[in-house]
Every structure is written in C-alpha cells, then in structure tokens.
Design a protein around this ligand. Structure first.
Ligand code: HEC
Ligand code: HEC
Length: 318
C-alpha cells in the first residue's frame, strides 16, 4: 500500500473513532455553509442587483443572443444537433446526467472511498468536466452571427421614447403595431428631419386635421424620435440595383424564383438584417464571419453601388 493510502486509512479510522454523529455535527456544518452562501447572495442582490440589458426590442433583428458563461456549454452543445434533435441536447442529455448523479449512490456501492481507488467513476467524472470545459471554451470563441453594430445613442434613445409613448398603439414598424396611423417604416424614409420634428411638435401644423395627437414631447425627445425614424425608413434604391444583383449575385443567391443555390435565399432578407449589416455582408463578408464562403465585393463594386444594393435588399421581405 502506498504511503498516501495508509495515511488516508489512518485518518479515516481516527475520524470514525472520534465518533461524531451526523446530527447535529454534520448537519450544523451544512447549515452554516448554506447560510453563508445565502447571506452572500442576498448581499450581492441588494448591493448590485442583476445586470440587465436594454429592453427587448422585437424590431431589432441584429441582436446576438448569448447565455451566461455557465450555460455556454449547453449553448455550444446545441449547435451539434440539427433543429429537430434540439431537445436531445437541451433536455435528454442534461436530464440523463442529473439522473446519473441521483442514482450514483445506488450504482456505485464499492466500499472504497478515496478517488484513486475508484478509477472508473473518477475517470468518468473528469471526462465529464473536460467535455463541459471544452464546450464552454468553444462557446466563448464561437463567432457572433450578427455584426456587433455600434448603435447610435440618439437612435437608441428615440426607440425608447417610441416604446414609452406607446406609439405602436397606432403605428406599425416592420409589421408590428396598430393600424390607426401609417406604417412608419414604409413612409418616413421620404420625410426630412425638419418635417418630422415639426410633425412631432404639432402634427396639425404640417398635416392639417391630423388624427395624430399632439404629444407634448421635449426637444431632445423630438430629436431622438426623428433620428429613430430616419434609421428605420426605407430608402429609395435605383433601377441599377436589381441589375447589379443579377450580374454579380444571382449566380449564388435567389430572390423569388430566380437565382443560384450556393448562397442563402435573399427573398426575405430585409426582414432579418438592417442596411448596415447588409452593407458589411456585401463589402466584406469575413468581417462578420471569418469562415465566410462569399467573395468580398469592396474592390469590385463602388461604395455607391454597395449602398444601392443594400437599400434594395433591405426592402425585400418587409
Ligand atoms: C392615436 C394614434 C396615434 C398615436 C398615439 C401616434 N400617432 Fe403618429 N400618426 C397617427 C396618424 C393618424 C397619422 C397620419 C396623419 C399625420 O401624418 O399626422 C400619424 C402620422 C405619423 C407620422 C408621419 C408619417 C408620414 O411620414 O406621413 C409619424 C412620423 C408618426 N406619426 C410618428 C409617431 C410617433 C413617433 C408616435 C409616438 C410618439 C406617434 N406617431 C403616435 C396616429 C398616431
Ligand atoms: C460565389 C457565391 C456568392 C456570390 C457571387 C455572392 N454571394 Fe452572398 N453569400 C454566399 C454564401 C455562401 C453566403 C453564406 C455566408 C457565407 O458563407 O459567406 C452568402 C451570404 C450573403 C448575405 C448574408 C445573408 C445573411 O443571412 O446574413 C448577403 C446579404 C449576401 N450574401 C449578399 C450578396 C450580394 C448582394 C451579392 C452580390 C454583390 C452576393 N451575395 C454574391 C455566396 C455568394
């Protein structure tokens, strides 16, 4: 028997000989630790609270959802399973792991207590930790699907005012909202900032008899709303854009029934990506996804042509 083995046996015999009963000794230790953890959690909740992101925005299709780090392994494991098998990774496997842990005392009835004396189960445990650990690292490294866009703070403020003032009660943006007023993304593209601001200050001053109420907004709210409106509005593209598309893109992409299959179908792309993301996807796809198979067009097309194409694509599927 190796020295550590003997030492371990001796200590075990000594502790067992001391004869402290489970209740109250062990129970007291458990309760103490549980209380300390509870106190620490309460303190953290009281002093710091949960770090929340900004309000969920259904019109923002460029959000990058990410779980907290301790769920990254599940997030990563999900990617190995195609859609219909998702529940295997999300429910069956974790469920089996927890069930295994619950049943462990019944499965493993060996009298040995030291980890080194139980190579099979210790090995399995370490293997499990390695799998979870590497999935976590892979999850941390996996590229974001959507570009991280620097969001204009004025636009973000405008979006908040839009939510706070409940404008969606009367207006639709990207198909979501009420029907009393016009669908804003379809109409505001043509309005100037000055017109919008005047309209927000007093709708009747620019649209006689307007059914939109005067909302008594502050100047900075008006400026923010106008910036938000400009950010959602469809901008006109030229007749050149569809032609550019058939010439440079249709070999790989479909719009409607026309086009190739080696890239994704773009018939509805405007409902999923905004113009800034589209411009990046066209000019330099590897800036969004290092493994992109699509060629970059920043040297083949001019900035004006890329802008034109992006406006054209962002009008699709709205
Ligand atoms: C009670 C319903 C109602 C509410 C609430 C409302 N609107 Fe309107 N809005 C209308 C109607 C009706 C029109 C069309 C008449 C007009 O242009 O004034 C309109 C027009 C507009 C236009 C002009 C569209 C264009 O280019 O012709 C904009 C922009 C607008 N609303 C934005 C907003 C914003 C932002 C809010 C929230 C701060 C809001 N509306 C709240 C009913 C409403
Ligand atoms: C050689 C084939 C090929 C050509 C040519 C091509 N693409 Fe792509 N494109 C792809 C592939 C493949 C993807 C999928 C992502 C990747 O692997 O790059 C893609 C992705 C995209 C996306 C992103 C779609 C999404 O869901 O985010 C857009 C937008 C796009 N292409 C637009 C264009 C436009 C506009 C042109 C013409 C200027 C063009 N593509 C030319 C193959 C091509």
């Amino acid at each position: 028997m190796s020295p550590w083995h003997e030492e371990y046996r001796r200590r075990y015999a000594r502790l067992k000989g001391a004869g402290k009963s489970f209740f109250p000794h062990a129970v007291f230790k458990d309760a103490l630790v549980a209380f300390l953890i509870f106190a620490a959690l309460s303190l953290l909740a009281w002093k710091f609270g949960a770090g929340l992101e900004s309000l969920a925005d259904p019109t923002d299709a460029t959000y990058n959802p990410r779980p907290e780090w301790y769920f990254l392994f599940l997030f990563q494991a999900l990617k190995a399973f195609p859609g219909s098998l998702e529940s295997v990774a999300a429910v069956v496997l974790p469920g089996a792991a927890v069930l295994g842990l619950l049943l462990l005392p019944l499965i493993d009835r060996g009298p040995e207590r030291h980890p080194f004396d139980r190579p099979l189960l210790t090995g399995l445990g370490i293997l499990g930790l390695i799998v979870v650990g590497s999935l976590t690292v892979a999850g941390l490294r996996s590229p974001l699907v959507n570009p991280i866009e620097e969001k204009d703070p004025l636009v973000a403020a405008g979006r908040r005012v839009y939510q706070d003032m409940n404008c969606a009660y009367c207006h639709k943006i990207r198909g979501k909202g009420g029907v009393v007023g016009p669908e804003l993304d379809k109409v505001v593209g043509g309005e100037s900032v000055e017109w919008l601001e005047k309209h927000f200050r007093d709708p009747k001053s620019v649209v006689p008899g307007s059914a939109m109420p005067q909302l008594h907004l502050l100047d900075d709210e008006i400026a923010a709303l106008a910036a938000y409106m400009k950010s959602i509005g469809d901008e006109p593209f030229t007749k050149e854009a569809p032609r550019l598309f058939s010439e440079h893109c249709a070999a790989c992409h479909k719009i409607g029934r026309e086009g190739g299959e080696s890239g994704p179908d773009l018939s509805l792309i405007g409902s999923a990506r905004d113009k800034a993301a589209l411009k990046r996807a066209i000019a330099d796809p590897t800036s969004l996804n290092p493994a992109a198979a699509m060629p970059a067009f920043k040297d083949q097309l001019t900035d004006v042509q890329i802008e034109d194409l992006a406006r054209y694509l962002s009008s699709l599927g709205r």
